[in-house]
Design a binder for this molecule. Structure first.
Ligand SMILES: [Zn+2]
Length: 335
């Protein structure tokens, strides 16, 4: 009799919470593969807010080639279509519940895709969007205007940062964390200070960094609590004819200014593999050469960094340095 009962149980009878738990282990491709069409219970589970707090598209890369003219990248139409498909399905299932949105460092989103996404996740708090080659000023500004609750942004270096910082300051009142993947020049630093003076967390890791930029940021950002300049190539420029000079260690002048920070994360070691990589790539990291997902790591855990990746990469770096009988790669100064 029991066997008979078991035989007629329907998918609909399965507890929604259990379904949600199972679906939490699914990849974005699995979640958007049509399982929402199985029955009404599965559709309900597929739309549960628990599944959509974070939309992590960091397993999706564009099929692209670099080109000599703007936007300096040509994206294959099929990979564009695939991104549009995944965005349409996942944004529909998410029912505007997405709080964190992560795009791969080699995923080149178009203006239309960004606008479509922004309109469907208006509650967004954290955006990781490291590739902007195809995004125009109007596209990102439109998105920022939609994201009034944005608190955290990971972005690449851009040629004209003031308009972006101004747009963020006008629209995102709780904005407090910024990570720039690439050089932060003087114009960028001064626009951060002008428009985002209440910034609390800033990461500029693995890049070229002018000492004057560091001073502008430390002097101007009076609310800054955490600054990460790990594995940066710090340099200073002397008046002509002297060329730029690599700074080997932080001087008293910098350390004194940084002393009020809760965390000042630095690493300037010849023995550190990440410092070596920044040097070899001349301050513009070619992330595709390295371990998958390494670009997501940040010493600022839980805020800008991907915690899972951080742990993996920390052990990776530690393992590597131990092999070479060196010290740990990241020194963390709690001052
Ligand atoms: Zn380092």
């Amino acid at each position: 009799m029991e066997d008979c009962d078991f035989a007629v149980r329907r998918w609909n009878d399965l507890d929604i919470d259990i379904l949600v738990k199972i679906f939490q282990s699914f990849s974005i491709f699995e979640l958007t593969s049509g399982i929402a069409h199985v029955c009404s219970a599965w559709r309900m589970a597929c739309c549960d807010p628990l599944l959509w707090k974070t939309l992590d598209l960091s397993i999706l890369k564009s099929n692209f080639i670099k080109i000599p003219l703007e936007p300096y990248v040509y994206v294959d139409g099929r990979s564009d279509k695939e991104l549009t498909r995944v965005l349409k399905l996942s944004l529909s299932l998410s029912r505007r519940n997405i709080l964190t949105l992560i795009f791969h460092v080699n995923l080149y989103v178009s203006d239309d895709q960004l606008t479509y996404t922004a309109e469907r996740c208006p509650e967004l708090k954290r955006l990781v969007l490291p590739a902007w080659n195809r995004i125009k000023k109007s596209g990102i500004c439109k998105a920022i205007q939609t994201w009034k609750n944005l608190e955290s942004l990971t972005m690449p270096s851009i040629a004209n940062p003031p308009y972006l910082m101004e747009e963020i300051s006008k629209n995102c009142k709780n904005f407090s964390e910024l990570k720039i993947m690439g050089p932060c020049e003087i114009l960028c630093a001064s626009s951060i200070v002008t428009y985002l003076p209440k910034l609390k967390v800033l990461s500029l890791r693995c890049s070229m960094l002018l000492k004057d930029v560091l001073i502008i940021l430390l002097d101007g950002l009076q609310h800054l609590e955490v600054l990460n300049i790990s594995h940066c190539l710090l340099y200073e420029v002397s008046p002509p004819p002297a060329a730029k000079r690599l700074v080997r260690e932080l001087d008293h002048f910098i350390l004194e200014r940084a002393s009020r920070l809760r965390k000042f994360i630095t690493c300037m070691k010849d023995t550190c593999i990440m410092c070596q990589r920044t040097k070899n790539d001349e301050g513009l990291m070619r992330w595709y050469k390295y371990e998958e997902g390494l670009w997501k790591a940040d010493e600022v855990q839980g805020e800008l960094g991907d915690e899972e990746q951080n742990n993996k990469n920390t052990s990776l770096l530690y393992a590597c340095t131990q092999k070479h009988k060196c010290f740990v790669t990241t020194s963390m100064h709690k001052i």
